[in-house]
Ligand binder design. Structure first.
Ligand SMILES: Cc1cc2nc3c(=O)[nH]c(=O)nc-3n(C[C@H](O)[C@H](O)[C@H](O)COP(=O)(O)OP(=O)(O)OC[C@H]3O[C@@H](n4cnc5c(N)ncnc54)[C@H](O)[C@@H]3O)c2cc1C
Length: 522
């Protein structure tokens, strides 16, 4: 069936959605009608232009839409991200833990977390579970120059320049996937008799018709919010952060190390993100305006920048971004679906925005009905899945806060107030007191975070699962395997530290070496 999909918005959400839909529904070579994908963006409304940390899912997304990894790394000033490091979240005394992207050894067969708990080891959970934390301590890459594109020794996503990423996606979607790119500011929306969107009226006087519309208009939420009036569900009572100060920080020298994790350093009323690209670092303080002033936040951010010897002494002033943490009540209404910030946004902890865009666009591209009569059924299913994703995101982000021992500011004390903790997270925490998170956390086939992610954060924050009666040790066959896996983690760390290049060295090679693109990244 031939149909026209109109995507409104040319930020990361718009172009990723265009790429994912166009790659799946491109017109066949035999001239049969395919799906027409039109992306319309306003020349007057700039993109958000932040959003620089991804999950490993981005490797699949890039491959799915046909972008080579070398081209991506070069065009987007991108680097490898192997997870996140949380500094000062537990006590505020210089301590840290990792949430690496590689699941614990034996994941799926042996619940290492349970055995690690009962063996009362001195080793941190992430170190017992695998080598990635130690590799990140040394700012090493997750692979060698010989490793093929998108393959790895240790699982990884990316840090990228958001502006350059949009440029690459635009080029690729238009040149390779046949997406039609239009510039125009939507002024009015024309409805069909049944309430569907029939067309968009531009300020230029032009009319854009379509069968299905994707709202990627960012905070404007033009179609889902302004046109359809779908209510916004605030999450501010759970995740307090609503303001960010962002800086594109200069390195002190060209050979400064490029960290292979996003560093998240807790502050008095929020946390500082630190994302290392080959040519600069994206650093910002996201905080709660109810708990501190912009002036105080600027001071804390300046102190962070100043304390780092790898950063230049002078840095540009920060850009301020304000947002309402929360999401829409429903996301797909009639012939319109919202993807990206128009659908919702909460603080960038754990980089949950781009992964949700990827998952939502995939879902839409796979399930978009050919028969219009099926639209309400598909919409209901999408809304159910997306609501579950939001609930999982909120619980997962809140988990980072609720186990803190910090009481040095109202911000950290308020995060531990029972009223600010979702019932679903209360319930999970009660269960996890006696059972480590495992494969049965959800019944959903498409999940954003696995039990592995929950384990890294839970035990990184010092949580104890009391395995009464030494429940897990009774399974002696597993105990032996678990002890061996934990021993091997330490040995693997030594082997990888001796063999992996630094993140900086591998990126220099990728960026400089034109010959190697055919078979590997280096
Ligand atoms: C401080 C901060 C840090 C972040 N860090 C991360 C991170 O590390 N990882 C991550 O995954 N995400 C992160 N995010 C989220 C990420 O930035 C967004 O998910 C991403 O940029 C997608 O934005 P978008 O495309 O939905 O909206 P935008 O980039 O705002 O794009 C909106 C588009 O809509 C168009 N538009 C608006 N009105 C009209 C109109 N009337 N007519 C036509 N077009 C219109 C605009 O021209 C623009 O092209 C962060 C966000 C913030 C605020």
């Amino acid at each position: 069936m031939s149909q026209t999909i109109v995507i409104v918005g040319g930020g990361s959400a718009g172009w990723l959605t265009a790429g994912i839909i166009a790659a799946k529904h491109q017109a066949p070579a035999n001239g049969a009608p395919g799906t027409r994908v039109v992306l319309l963006e306003s020349p007057d409304v700039p993109n958000l232009g932040v959003g620089e940390g991804t999950w490993p899912t981005m490797r699949d997304t890039l491959r799915r839409i046909g972008i080579s990894e070398v081209e991506f790394l070069r065009s987007c000033d991108a680097s490898f991200k192997q997870g996140s490091q949380f500094i000062n979240w537990q006590q505020g005394a210089g301590e840290s833990y990792y949430h690496p992207f590689t699941p614990p050894s034996g994941y799926g067969q042996v619940n290492l977390a349970a055995h690690w708990q009962s063996s009362a080891t001195e080793t941190s959970f992430d170190e017992a579970a695998g080598p990635q934390g130690r590799v990140c301590d040394n700012a090493l890459a997750p692979k060698t120059p010989q490793t093929p594109e998108y393959a790895f020794s240790l699982n990884y996503g990316y840090h990228l320049n958001a502006g350059k990423f949009v440029e690459l996606l635009q080029r690729h979607c238009v040149d390779k996937l046949g997406v039609e790119h239009r510039l125009g500011h939507v002024d009015r929306i024309t409805s069909a008799e049944n309430g569907d969107i029939a067309a968009l009226q531009l300020t230029s006087g032009e009319t854009i018709h379509g069968d299905f519309f994707v709202d990627c208009t960012g905070f404007t939420a033009l179609l889902i919010g302004k046109h359809y009036g779908i209510p916004f569900v605030s999450q501010r009572h759970r995740l307090f952060n609503d303001t960010a100060l962002a800086v594109q920080a200069e390195y002190a020298s060209e050979d400064a190390p490029v960290a292979s994790v996003t560093k998240a350093t807790a502050q008095s009323a929020g946390w500082v993100w630190d994302i290392a690209l080959p040519s600069r670092r994206g650093i910002g303080y996201v905080f709660s305006s109810e708990h501190t002033s912009v002036e105080k936040a600027e001071e804390e951010l300046a102190a962070y920048l100043k304390a780092d010897p790898h950063l230049a002494a002078e840095q540009p002033g920060p850009r301020k971004i304000q947002f309402q943490p929360g999401h829409r009540e429903t996301f797909w209404h009639r012939n319109c679906v919202a993807i990206g910030v128009s659908a919702g946004f909460v603080e960038p902890l754990e980089a949950t925005a781009l992964i949700l865009i990827e998952k939502s666009a995939e879902w839409v591209s796979e399930q978009l009905p050919e028969d219009k009569a099926a639209m309400p059924i598909v919409a209901k299913r999408f809304n159910d899945v997306t609501r579950q994703h939001w609930s999982a995101i909120i619980d997962f982000l809140k988990l980072h806060y609720v186990l803190t021992k910090r009481s040095d500011s109202a911000y950290w004390r308020d995060h531990c107030e029972a009223a600010s903790i979702p019932d679903s997270l209360h319930e999970s925490l009660t269960l996890w007191r006696t059972q480590a998170p495992w494969l049965y956390e959800t019944n959903f086939r498409i999940e954003l975070f696995t039990a592995a992610s929950l384990q890294y954060v839970l035990y990184g924050m010092g949580f104890r699962t009391e395995t009464e009666g030494d429940r897990y040790r009774q399974w002696s066959h597993e105990e032996g395997i678990a002890q061996r896996l934990m021993r091997e983690s330490r040995q693997n760390a030594e082997t990888l530290i001796a063999s992996l290049p630094t993140n900086r060295d591998l990126l220099n090679r990728v960026r400089g070496n034109q010959e190697a693109e055919k078979c590997s990244v280096g």
